[in-house]
Design a protein around this ligand. Sequence first.
Ligand code: UDP
Length: 489
Amino acid sequence: MDSEWRQLHLFFFPYLAPGHMIPAIDMAKLFASQGLKISIITTPLHASLVSKTIEKSKTLGFKLDVLIIEFPSVQVGLPKGCESYNMVTSPDLRKKFMKAAAMLENPLGKLLQEHRPDCLVASAFFPWTTDLAGKFGIPRLIFHATSFFSASTYECLRLYEPHKNIPSSDSEPFIIPNFPDEIKLTRKQLPDFFTQNVETGFTNLYKQTVEAELTSYGAVFNSFYELEPAYADYYRKVLGRKAWHIGPVSLCNKESEDKVQRGKEASIHGHECLEWLNSKEPNSVVYVCFGSMANFNDSQLMEIAMGLEASQQQFIWVVKKEKSDGGKEEWLPEGFEKRVEGKGLIIRGWAPQVLILDHKAVGGFVTHCGWNSTLEGVAAGVPMVTWPVAAEQFFNEKLVTQVLRIGVGVGVQQWVRFFGDSIRSEAIEKALLRIMVGEEAEEMRSRARELGKMANRAVEEGGSSYSDLNALIDDLRSHAMAGETTDNN
Ligand code: UDP
């Protein structure tokens, strides 16, 4: 057996959305740092960004490359260049996007045929990749881009359907059955494919995802054992799934320039951001950001602005708006930016999130509870105000507020796909003060800080995630060698 063959070659095939792409690139860098060869398969729009992000790792000698497949946007009736899920904002476009994503099977199959990698790591939203990998005799690892807690919640809802036994109201809480902790949810907080009898575009995809997981080789989690031990055990031992935890993967970005490079080009220069933060006291700034998907209408943004101002806390607030050229911005109170000058910074567009969160001046995080953001907040050791919108964000909120007790909810009750619930400025102000000022805030901060330390230890040599990553690599190596032996016989 030659030594070249022994270098395992993995294909990474992340879903075409920042919340999947960003951690998948970090993960790819992590595997490459352990001596594996990694190819990231993606479409032209993402390819240039991915290439830029992995440039430095490549100059360090890591084996990473990008293989491009075309996304059939125009073919399904999407605008040309519409290749990222955060670019679709209506149910019709969403259906088309999902159709186009399913059409990637052929081009991916061609690449598998040509390169014959040892394993395919693919997003949960590409359920067909399990069978495709099977055709090439290689394992498919599933990447959920969420926590053990939320993956277990999904599974218990599917198995026991507790939400179907609540006749009276969508707001009536029910308990997740057979769960390690007593966690209550309401029907209003569940993704629509649990509560609606009509096909939402996700109903079938969800079913296929569940089936594909049962037959795939296992799942890889961006999490660490010490964060959710009861749920990592529950998922593996009670639900009987094979899974490895290798996170927080964002911690592979050690230098400021790596942290700035994640996701899109940031709308603010890294230096400018650091300079602003350097002028602040430790734990004195709240960072407010709702990820790459969630949007709010102008009246909700106005309430956020008023809540921030009333709380008298310093802040960095990320808003998905362009800067207006001099005209009035309907989503901001009159004179807002002048009044908060020096105290508050609005980033319009994309923020270097990890760079900001990791700064010692940041003492709190208002988050929509996307799993990446949640884990980045944990790794930075900051308490959070939870403001879930869609996906499994209401589940992650429970983990933060009830299990870890490092955050408080702003009070959102209703799951929506894209546009957030209407929360009044008074509730925002109150939640901000609870995580920033007083005894309760200090207690949460000290728990969050401990978790942050554990997160950093988990990815160091000998840590739980480092060990699980190597256990997974050993497993894949044995699998590949067993395949080779069979082929030779
Ligand atoms: N992110 C960022 N800058 C922004 C918004 C988001 O760097 O202005 C990153 C964030 O650090 C995280 C990802 O985008 O890694 C968002 O993923 P998450 O799971 O939190 O939420 P989603 O966007 O999938 O709802």
